[in-house]
Ligand binder design. Structure first.
Ligand code: ES4
Ligand code: ZN
Length: 320
């Protein structure tokens, strides 16, 4: 089985956490390969999600001008092409890119335009998801969903909430997600990563997403598994990232194979490619090695991913 050549779909990919050494060095020539591996790439095990999130700032600091944003988009799209990704949804938080004077609107405009160009040069189809963050207040969350609304009809297709799941509740974000639902904006939300099944239940109740970022810990509650299966709520699973954030000790402890056997809609994703230095090819190899996954598993995940993608319904099946 040639896993590299295998066509892949990636729904959960943080644009701001996937900078290659090459682009980091091009933006900041003082960063040597040694510094990149020390400061940008995380250790095999972080203490927890907060420790992991603390490693996102170095990359974000290099994405504060139009030129640097364009370089990162081109770099990431090149990585996806080499991984034989057919379709990707790339996410980032526009409000984190205003340190050198860009407005959030300009940030989205630049990334959107750079992505249109990269789609035509690479042939990789891709769209954008804008993230609010758990520690943001209600105004910042509302600003983020307004950006999604403003950019409807471009590459921007949805809303996500990321960040410190265990440290901040959902209260500040409920209005923004309600607004998104009223506007027909697609929604996903990180949950079931730093907290267990009760966090996934809360997220489903208050934010009403059609997908959950991670959601791996849903396995802890059979009633939740039943709900996910019945309502076809899609889990964007990222096993290598979950090992790194210390959710599980070893690969075989990860519930991805059990979730698959329960018939839950799911996809395989990298989450990020800098802090967790992993490609989808490598992630598929891990699954083959530890759970004997083969073509039928990867095909099923990719079909589930397309069905749950934020493309317009009529184009979801045109990529296969
Ligand atoms: C996250 Cl902001 C961010 N980046 C990567 N992974 C995450 N998990 C939760 N928030
Ligand atoms: Zn994530």
């Amino acid at each position: 089985m040639n896993i590299q050549a295998y066509p892949k779909v990636e729904l959960h990919h943080h644009l701001d956490c996937s900078l290659s050494y090459k682009v980091v060095h091009a933006i900041d020539p003082t960063v040597t390969e040694e510094i990149y591996h020390r400061d940008f790439t995380g250790p095999v095990k972080c203490t927890n999600l907060v420790d992991f999130l603390g490693r996102t700032f170095r990359g974000i600091a290099l994405m504060q001008t139009p030129e640097h944003l364009r370089m990162v988009v081109d770099d990431v799209m090149g990585q996806l092409k080499r991984d034989n990704v057919l379709y990707a949804e790339l996410r980032f938080a526009p409000l984190l890119h205003t340190q050198q004077g860009m407005s959030p609107e300009e940030v989205v405009e630049v990334v959107n335009e750079a992505l249109t160009n990269a789609i035509s040069t690479t042939g990789v189809e891709a769209r954008l998801i804008l993230c609010t963050l758990r520690h943001f207040d209600a105004d910042e969350s509302m600003h983020t969903v307004r950006l999604v609304e403003q950019f409807q009809g471009t590459n921007v297709v949805g809303l996500d909430i990321a960040g410190d799941e265990a440290g901040y509740p959902l209260d500040e974000h409920i209005a923004a997600f309600e607004y998104a639902a009223d506007q027909g904006i697609f929604r996903t939300a990180h949950a079931g990563e730093a907290r267990g099944a009760e966090s996934v239940w809360e997220t489903l109740e208050y934010l009403q997403p059609t997908r959950i970022g991670h959601g791996a810990r849903s396995i802890e509650d059979p009633a939740l598994i039943e709900k996910l299966r019945e309502e076809q709520i899609h889990l964007e699973l990222c096993p290598a990232s979950n090992l790194q954030t210390n959710m599980y000790d070893t690969y075989i402890d990860h519930p991805i194979n059990r979730l698959y056997q329960h018939g839950v809609s799911m996809s395989v994703n990298t989450d990020n490619r800098t802090i967790t230095p992993v490609t989808l090819k490598q992630e598929y190899e891990h699954l083959h090695q530890h759970f004997q996954w083969g073509k039928e598993h990867f095909l099923q995940c990719n079909l589930h991913a397309l069905r749950s993608s934020f493309l317009p319904e009529e184009t979801r099946n045109t990529l296969v």
